[in-house]
Design a protein around this ligand. Structure first.
Ligand SMILES: *[C@@H]1O[C@H](CO)[C@@H](O)[C@H](O)[C@H]1NC(C)=O
Ligand SMILES: *[C@@H]1O[C@H](CO)[C@@H](O)[C@H](O)[C@H]1NC(C)=O
Ligand SMILES: *[C@@H]1O[C@H](CO)[C@@H](O)[C@H](O)[C@H]1NC(C)=O
Ligand SMILES: *[C@@H]1O[C@H](CO)[C@@H](O)[C@H](O)[C@H]1NC(C)=O
Ligand SMILES: *[C@@H]1O[C@H](CO)[C@@H](O)[C@H](O)[C@H]1NC(C)=O
Ligand SMILES: *[C@@H]1O[C@H](CO)[C@@H](O)[C@H](O)[C@H]1NC(C)=O
Ligand SMILES: *[C@@H]1O[C@H](CO)[C@@H](O)[C@H](O)[C@H]1NC(C)=O
Ligand SMILES: *[C@@H]1O[C@H](CO)[C@@H](O)[C@H](O)[C@H]1NC(C)=O
Ligand SMILES: *[C@@H]1O[C@H](CO)[C@@H](O)[C@H](O)[C@H]1NC(C)=O
Ligand SMILES: *[C@@H]1O[C@H](CO)[C@@H](O)[C@H](O)[C@H]1NC(C)=O
Length: 635
């Protein structure tokens, strides 16, 4: 039997004779083993025609740090003059030289120029080609592969391009990438897709949040904020006394991954007790890749994160509208890359099926999303908060660097991107640490930083607490109830310039007692978090009752609310959004409350310690809204 696959798109119209000059080749990618679940078949029709996509090397990447700093560093003459989405696309679009070099290669290889289409927005060249010709072009051998689920895929194990072309090409599809739709197998629910397992809310660690602890009486004044955090406690803690004026001109986005879903009646229950003006207020739903509010699975594991994020965000920024980016269907769910695809079409096409959801969903299961992949179908809001994370050790550095570049592009457009820093202190999700070969295991001892919290182009948010028997008027500590603030030093990302002075001071004055066996102590990698906010004892309405929640999951949306209010004031004053805030925060730590107590234990150690100045537990400290407002309005 010959495989039909989807290969027979076009009649084979061309023959690629043409003398090919002998040229030096460079292997672009290769792999030594197949991803799990795939096996080779021997019935590929090599005369079948397939769509080929050549992703070209982006231009100006080496300048991109500087381009972001130009508009984010308060001392830059261009501060606040963000780029439009089109300008960002143009800056990173492949250079003419790159486009021409690859076109020349194809022409020399006998491909008629009219068959090659250049897509400026996506930075790629596309063409249709017979498999046999593709083999010749890439010096590769193609095979058909079949997955356990029955899905079919075309792939090779290695491919090369002329050495002179190598630095113009990122990667070519189809090649090694098994980015094909797969149906998820039972019992597999967490390994493939949401590696981005929820940070914080019901983390599957020993320190399980007191979920289900029903709160009988909500204290109505500020004397008991050490036992229960309410919106008024946060307003008192962070000096938030502000009424927004710009409303619809502003926007604040919260990202949630299916099957997490908020419960509308819980939003109203919360509103009834804490801000009657928000009864009936719902976020605007932006669905990416079939994202929906499922209501069949309930409980804190399914509603906790969404309810927490939205109840506090709606309350704190009222009446500024909230946008809910709900990502992924019920079968596959989704990854951070799927979200990024949704706000930037040019990012689509590079997903990895090991890590990312692949849409349309090939599964036959109920709830699989059959529509087209969401590519640039919605705009980013001015502030975006995400309370999910994964371990740096879960994916490859290349995967993480590619994603991190994308956050930089959002920053260039004036978008503030916040991620919670993790709930297991210096350990990874579940409290596990890595062993020397970087695999996560129960007996690992190496600290395990979280991603995207370590990407230098996001603002990473850690957690604090009001100490027992203290009040909102006393200094907070690093959170040491139920959860520990994620923090430390990246194993992947170099230290960004904006934090060099602060981190150098930390190492000079408070050198931590750990060795290179435990973390990258070169003082040359990204330290996190950047900022923090209370993450203990949040009163949240869940399934008709109030419970207490803990985590950096709570901290990130609160910090996002504060930045959204600051944007409001800037818009009212005729200024633009604050965008990427880290350069400003590190230059003006006086606008934050320095946290100097507590630590972030993990991996069998006490972790790092909160000290004067920046530290890898609470970053620069918690927000002082009054001071931040004055600071950002003066630039
Ligand atoms: C999905 O449905 C198709 C057509 O009904 C069937 O051939 C295929 O075996 C099904 N796949 C799975 C994984 O159930
Ligand atoms: C919430 O407010 C209602 C009155 O609107 C009150 O009856 C109820 O006791 C409050 N809930 C809690 C847990 O205090
Ligand atoms: C604060 O908590 C204490 C101990 O739980 C309780 O006795 C007191 O009544 C609470 N204060 C308020 C104002 O509810
Ligand atoms: C809930 O489950 C029912 C039956 O299993 C199904 O028909 C429905 O589509 C599901 N709805 C959601 C939102 O999950
Ligand atoms: C996809 O991701 C997995 C796990 O991070 C990695 O091992 C693999 O090399 C990636 N595949 C490609 C083609 O980048
Ligand atoms: C952590 O280790 C335990 C014990 O080996 C294991 O059951 C669990 O799955 C691990 N968690 C993660 C997130 O790796
Ligand atoms: C860690 O655990 C693995 C199995 O989970 C075991 O193979 C290994 O020997 C252990 N390492 C140490 C140092 O105990
Ligand atoms: C808090 O105050 C209560 C009552 O005054 C006391 O029993 C408890 O020990 C105090 N806790 C701490 C940590 O000081
Ligand atoms: C630590 O980070 C530095 C800078 O990125 C790097 O050169 C070094 O190899 C890293 N050390 C280890 C042990 O990974
Ligand atoms: C709320 O909690 C009470 C007591 O813990 C319980 O009886 C009730 O069923 C809960 N309500 C809901 C809607 O779960």
């Amino acid at each position: 039997m010959r495989l039909p696959l989807a290969f027979l798109l076009l009649p084979v119209l061309f023959s690629e004779a043409g003398a090919r000059p002998l040229s030096r080749r460079a292997v672009l990618e290769s792999r030594d083993r197949l991803p799990a679940g795939w096996s080779k078949r021997d019935d590929l029709n090599k005369r079948g025609v397939v769509p080929v996509r050549i992703n070209l090397r982006q231009n100006n990447l080496e300048r991109s740090d500087q381009l972001l700093m130009d508009v984010s560093d308060p001392d830059s003459p261009r501060y606040g003059q963000h780029y439009t989405a089109q300008e960002v696309a143009d800056i990173f679009a492949p250079s003419k030289e790159t486009v021409n070099a690859v076109k020349d290669w194809l022409r020399d290889a006998g491909v008629a120029p009219h068959r090659v289409k250049y897509n400026h927005g996506q930075g790629s060249l596309t063409l249709n080609m017979a498999v046999a010709d593709l083999e010749e072009l890439l010096h590769a051998e193609y095979n058909a592969y079949e997955h356990d689920t029955g899905a079919l895929h075309l792939a090779c194990e290695s491919y090369s391009v002329p050495a002179s072309v190598k630095h113009h090409v990122d990667f070519i599809l189809p090649t090694l990438h098994f980015d094909v739709p797969l149906s998820k197998r039972d019992g597999d629910a967490n390994d493939k897709v949401l590696k981005a397992s929820k940070v914080g809310w019901p983390d599957k660690s020993a320190t399980r949040p007191k979920q289900g602890t029903t709160v009988e009486n909500i204290f109505s004044d500020l004397t008991n904020c050490s036992q229960q955090i309410t919106p008024d406690c946060l307003r008192a803690l962070y000096k938030i006394d502000y009424s927004p004026v710009t409303k619809d001109q502003n926007s604040y986005g919260i990202v949630e991954y299916t099957p997490q879903a908020y419960v509308p009646s819980d939003l109203d229950l919360f509103a009834k007790n804490f801000s009657r003006s928000t009864i009936g207020v719902r976020p605007k739903l932006v669905s990416f890749d079939g994202g929906l509010l499922q209501s069949n699975q309930t409980g804190s594991d399914f509603n906790g994160e969404s309810n927490l994020d939205l109840q506090y965000a709606i309350n704190l920024v009222d009446p500024i509208p909230l946008t809910l980016y709900q990502v992924g269907d019920l079968v596959e769910s989704a990854s951070f890359n799927n979200f990024l695809d949704g706000v930037d079409a040019s990012y689509c096409g590079g997903d990895n099926s090991t890590e990312d959801g692949i849409y349309p969903d090939a599964s036959n299961a109920t709830g699989s999303y059959k529509g087209p992949e969401s590519c640039g179908t919605a705009k980013p809001t001015y502030v975006i908060s995400t309370s999910y994370g994964m371990n740096e050790a879960d994916a490859t550095p290349a995967y993480e660097r590619r994603q991190c570049e994308e956050y930089k592009k959002l920053g260039m457009q004036g978008v503030t991107v916040l991620y919670s820093s993790g709930d297991s202190g210096v350990a990874g999700s579940g409290g596990n640490c890595t062993n020397p070969t970087t695999a996560l295991s129960a007996n690992g001892t190496r600290f395990t930083p979280g991603f995207p919290a370590t990407c230098p182009w996001v603002t990473s948010v850690g957690a604090t607490q009001i100490n027992p028997n203290s009040t909102v008027f006393d200094p907070e500590s690093a959170c040491e109830q139920v959860i520990y603030s994620g923090g430390g030093f990246s194993d992947v990302f170099a230290m960004p310039k904006y934090q060099k002075t602060a981190v150098a001071k930390y190492f000079k004055d408070y050198k931590p007692p750990y060795t290179a066996q435990q973390y990258n102590n070169s003082q040359a990698t990204r330290g996190f978090p950047d900022i923090s906010a209370n993450g203990a004892n949040y009163v949240v309405a869940i399934n008709g009752n109030f419970s207490l929640a803990f985590g950096t999951s709570a901290s990130s949306p609160v910090v996002g609310s504060i930045f959204t209010l600051i944007n409001d004031a800037r818009f009212a004053a005729g200024l633009g959004p604050i965008g990427f805030v880290n350069p400003m925060l590190y230059k003006h730590p006086e606008a934050l409350n320095d946290i100097t107590m507590g630590g972030n234990q993990g991996c069998g150690t006490p972790g790092f310690t909160a000290v004067p100045g920046w530290d890898p537990v609470t970053g620069l400290g918690t927000p002082n809204f009054e001071k931040l407002l004055a600071l950002f309005l003066s630039h």
